[in-house]
Design a protein around this ligand. Structure first.
Ligand code: ASP
Length: 366
């Protein structure tokens, strides 16, 4: 089946959102205590110059994008629960895969699929709008054992772009497919196409109107919202995945860092699995995630030092901000970000789920 290239223009009702999955430490039940639950840490001062890992013995982490932090006093219990639930659901999906002995690739795909289907995040359903009121989605996935990778860019009819990216990795001889060819490949591989209406959400539409100066947005937490995941499996193989709708009001045809291997996504056994979120052009120019791996492999830095160096020291000098979830081969995890906030969560090998959505749970690194 072939999809008419611009059939989506006619309903003009689609909205896109970028999703990034990051695991954050949050109580499993969103607040009450449970034996496998870790409460979010007490507010702590912003760690100036921090290059210490956030957690150890992590097997899976997800992020839901960098941008403006959620403000505790202005966030309703329902909204807090929705964000934490979204991240936890993604973590649980990845955990289920790991528990049954699946690979880290399967685990990150499962986690990102959940975030792509959650309208709160800017990936899959809920993706942001392009300047011409459409949706163009980007995603990539990488396997650390052999550096195989797959990506799709600018797809308009794929419900779960990370699954299409995995199919590119596993079923084609290429690394990245873009545009119509990528949409057609996904259909040829058996993925049921969606219309642009699938991605639509009122919130993303309001953000587009806001960006065009037509309507003031009341949303403070939305700014980005790309999703991503990193994992390590029982064989110690690592994987990373990132999926996004890109940036609100982006030019038609614009491709960000999320589908670019070495920019938005990188995984290499022995160094790091990393998924980034932030100003995509800067992450491409700074080769963000590959540089983290290289600083570890050739520069003698640990995962916290390397990701801090890239996110806090180097990328802001290029004029952009954002964050990364980074997991090393021993389960040491860090999520440094120069943006005000970054939604994320993680799962430890003994089954604890942690989510972080408020600024004081995950202050920006300086
Ligand atoms: N990095 C994404 C992009 O530039 C946006 C984001 O992370 O929210 O497309």
């Amino acid at each position: 089946m072939r999809i008419r290239p611009r059939a989506w223009l006619f309903p003009l009702l689609a909205a896109a959102t970028t999703l990034t999955v990051v695991l954050v430490a949050v109580p499993e039940d969103g607040g009450s205590r449970g034996s496998r639950t870790v409460a979010a840490p007490a507010p702590a001062p912003a760690p100036a110059g921090k290059a210490e890992p956030d957690a150890r013995d992590v097997v899976l982490a997800v992020h839901g994008g960098a941008g403006t932090a959620l403000v505790r006093d202005e966030t309703s219990p329902e909204k807090e629960k929705a964000y934490r639930d979204g991240l936890k659901k993604a973590l649980r999906a990845g955990k289920k895969a790991l528990d049954r002995g699946a690979t880290s690739v399967e685990a990150v795909e499962a986690a990102v699929n959940v975030l792509e289907d959650d309208p709160l995040f800017n990936a899959g359903k809920g993706a942001v709008f392009t300047a011409d009121a459409g949706h163009e989605l980007d995603a990539s996935i990488m396997r650390g054992s052999d550096l195989k990778a797959g990506a799709v860019a600018g797809v308009k009819h794929v419900r779960n772009p990370i699954t299409a990216a995995r199919l590119v990795m596993e079923k084609s001889k290429h690394v990245m497919l873009a545009g119509q060819g990528a949409d057609d490949f996904a259909v040829d591989q058996g993925l049921k196409p969606v219309t642009q209406d699938h991605y639509w959400t009122q919130r993303r539409w309001d953000q587009l109107m806001d960006a065009k100066g037509k309507k003031p947005s009341s949303d403070r937490d939305e700014a980005k919202g790309t999703v991503g995941a990193v994992a390590i499996d029982a064989k110690a193989d690592m994987a990373a995945a990132t999926s996004t709708g890109g940036m609100t009001n982006k030019m038609a045809g614009r491709v960000g860092d999320s589908p670019v291997i070495g920019a938005g996504t990188y995984a290499k056994n022995g160094t790091v699995a990393a998924s980034a979120t932030g100003d995509g052009e800067i992450f491409i120019r700074g080769a963000a995630t590959a540089t983290i791996s290289n600083l570890m492999e050739f520069g003698g830095k640990d995962v916290a030092q390397a990701s801090y160096e890239v996110l806090v020291k180097r990328l802001p000098k290029l004029g952009g901000s954002g964050g990364v979830i980074a997991l090393d081969a021993k389960g040491v995890f860090d999520a440094p970000h120069s943006s005000e906030g970054m939604l994320h969560g993680y799962l430890t090998k003994d089954g604890k789920l942690v989510t972080k959505i408020f600024k004081e749970e995950s202050p920006p690194n300086q």
